[in-house]
Design a protein around this ligand. Structure first.
Ligand SMILES: Nc1ncnc2c1ncn2[C@@H]1O[C@H](COP(=O)(O)OP(=O)(O)OP(=O)(O)O)[C@@H](O)[C@H]1O
Length: 233
């Protein structure tokens, strides 16, 4: 099966066999090569920190992996135990993507397609309990019904990160997830990432901060995949 960009899906028999391969991936933007001939494999249990200086292409790489940007050359090959990338993938983008005109609970509800309308959330107590608990886990207990327009940047990020506590997707792609999060919050969230990998999940994340609370992770440094030097005649 082919998806937009350079993404293909292959069948995996179970969660443990799920994974992702980047094959000879090269990306040019505005006639500038960001990275070239990037090969990497990701397996169940992997935590991979994608590193590189500002503008090196970390966000671009994640977008290529999920198929919203095309690679110039090469292939992204997912191995999934169901045909749906959407079911298997949790992607948190660079921006928290919080709707300011909705409450924290409505935003979280919307993410999961439960139903963003307040009346239905309130009628559906089991869902509300699950979402309320997730918000409490990111330090937003008591903020369920507060409009996001009345929250800080760090709280917006926390609303988005609450998804980590209720996601059943095995594959997490997190672009700068800890931006605007205080130190205690980062340590807690690193713990959630580590637990997810310990259960057989795969996490790719970009962050400029060193990981403190995660003991086993790999680094994918985009500086290791530089474009070939231009030959001067
Ligand atoms: N919307 C865009 N249109 C064209 N080029 C873009 C666009 N966004 C980014 N770029 C280019 O792609 C390059 C890589 O950007 P990207 O956001 O992937 O970098 P990054 O490594 O995630 O950076 P940062 O650490 O600053 O978030 C940038 O240097 C920029 O020149």
């Amino acid at each position: 099966m082919c998806l937009p960009g350079s993404v293909t899906l292959a069948a995996a028999e179970n969660n443990q066999q799920q994974g992702l391969s980047l094959v000879n991936l090269t990306c040019e933007r505005d006639e500038r090569v960001l990275f070239a001939s990037l090969n990497a494999d990701f397996f169940a249990g992997d935590i991979v920190q994608v590193t590189g200086a500002n503008g090196r292409g970390k966000t671009t790489l994640l977008k290529i992996i999920i198929g919203t940007l095309p690679a110039t050359r090469g292939e992204v090959s997912w191995r999934l135990n169901s045909a749906s990338l959407r079911e298997n993938l949790l992607y948190l983008g660079h921006h928290p993507a919080v709707n300011l005109s909705l409450t924290a609970l409505e935003n979280l509800s919307w993410y999961f397609g439960l139903n963003g309308r307040k009346s239905l959330i309130h009628d559906n107590l089991p869902d509300r309990d699950i979402l309320t608990s997730a918000l409490a886990s990111v330090g937003l207990g008591g903020y369920e019904d507060v409009l996001c327009s009345q929250m800080s940047a760090g709280q917006h990020r926390r609303v988005a990160l609450a998804r980590l506590y209720i996601s059943e997707a095995p594959l997490w792609l997190l672009d700068e997830p800890f931006t605007a999060i205080d130190r205690a919050g980062v340590a807690e969230l690193e713990g959630v990432v580590a637990q997810h990998a310990a259960r057989g999940g795969i996490v790719l994340l970009t962050t400029h901060q060193p990981l403190q609370a995660i003991s086993h992770f790999r680094v994918l440094d985009l500086a290791d995949f530089p474009p070939a030097p231009v030959e001067v005649a």
